[in-house]
Design a binder for this molecule. Structure first.
Ligand SMILES: O=C(O)CCC(=O)C(=O)O
Ligand SMILES: [Fe+2]
Length: 351
């Protein structure tokens, strides 16, 4: 296995979880400190380039508050579906071990007790609005990065320079309410609409993995790292064929290659994949562009908060996914459902 270490940052190491022989660029993801919104939009959002951003979370109370004890205290009796990972098996989204219903406290117990990272428990992409319903104080712990406009967040004050309300944002909210904010058979509050459309939580042990995918409905994302480090692998969307996307690529973007143990006889194009690798530290925000393939591995026990982004860069793609969503829903129900991917109980929960 290949190992490269950057002497400036000894924890930036490619320890070989990617298949041997892959072309890994471990310095290709830019690190930016508190970039200006104009520069960030021009160089990263519009060009769809990933980045690690520092300085956005410095004022977040979450940086002080969030710990496994804090989660146990406020969310211990939350019902979740934990992904019991089997990292000796296939690493393809939808196939990483099993899911088991449990209280969040049982997952936290496992994080503290488990000594076998190939069997770690993961709560992946749990809808934050479910957590806020449980403990409203959580909403005070983080802020939206004031970087790219985000129509998917109701708190985003999108106004034209003239001061009138941005009609695109109104359309986004209307669509979010009509098409995405379903489930439980009741209308949600404004804050829940925001987090429902836009925010998910990740809590897991050392070793937990989200295999290669691009985010659903063409959204971009900020992955805000609060506790622990994560190794992040990126593959640009112009390499789609090398990733062997599953049906509904735009809707779910699931790759069918196992990046640690690819079957290069059956998936020969993956041999030529070019991978950008970086390490995300606590207090750092990963910008994941729309349609960009990514795989994430927890190097420590970890808590991350991810915020989805819709704006003029990806809104058309997002809108085009809405009708397709119904077809995709039927397809995925026939395949065992989204329970195989997220920590939410059902599809509507996850939206
Ligand atoms: O941290 C992870 O396990 C996955 C994060 C991710 O895929 C995202 O935020 O889009
Ligand atoms: Fe993702």
């Amino acid at each position: 296995m290949m190992t490269t270490v950057n002497p400036q940052r000894p924890d930036v190491a490619t320890t070989g979880t990617m298949f041997a022989g892959a072309d890994i660029r471990s310095d290709a993801v830019d690190r930016l400190h508190a970039p200006s919104p104009e520069m960030f939009k021009r160089e990263y959002v519009d060009k769809r380039r990933p980045a690690v951003i520092t300085g956005l979370m410095d004022t977040w109370p979450a940086m002080e508050r969030w710990s496994f004890d804090y989660f146990r205290k406020h969310f211990g009796d939350l019902d979740i579906h934990a992904n019991i990972q089997n990292l000796d098996g296939k690493l393809i989204l939808g196939h990483v071990g099993n899911f088991r219903p449990m209280k969040l406290s049982a997952l936290l117990d496992d994080i503290e007790a488990n000594e076998d990272p190939s069997r770690a428990y993961y709560l992946r992409a749990f809808p934050v609005h479910r957590m806020i319903e449980h403990f409203p104080g959580l909403a005070e712990d983080y802020e939206l990065p004031d970087l790219a406009p985000n129509w998917a967040d109701i708190r985003y004050r999108a106004k034209w320079r003239t001061g009138t309300v941005n009609p695109a944002r109104l359309l986004g909210l209307y669509l979010a309410k009509t098409f995405l904010n379903r489930g439980a058979g009741k209308p949600a509050t404004r804050s829940a609409i925001s987090s429902r459309v836009a925010a998910v939580m990740f809590v897991g042990g050392k070793g937990t993995v989200t295999p290669f995918h691009s985010d659903g409905m063409q959204t971009a994302a900020y992955l805000n790292q609060v506790v622990g480090r994560k190794r992040c692998y990126f593959v640009s969307p112009d390499q789609d064929a090398r990733m062997y996307p599953r049906a509904f690529r735009r809707q779910f973007g699931m790759a069918q290659v196992d990046y640690r143990r690819p079957d290069l006889d059956r998936q020969p194009l993956f041999r030529d994949v070019v991978v950008e690798e970086t390490i995300l530290h606590p207090g750092e925000t990963l910008y994941v562009p729309s349609s960009y393939w990514h795989a994430i591995e927890a190097m420590d026990a970890s808590i991350s908060y991810s915020h989805q982004i819709v704006n003029d860069d990806n809104a058309l793609g997002w809108l085009r996914c809405i009708p397709e969503r119904y077809l995709a829903q039927i397809y995925f129900k026939s395949q065992g459902g989204l329970r195989n991917v997220t920590g939410a109980k059902d599809w509507d929960d996850w939206a």
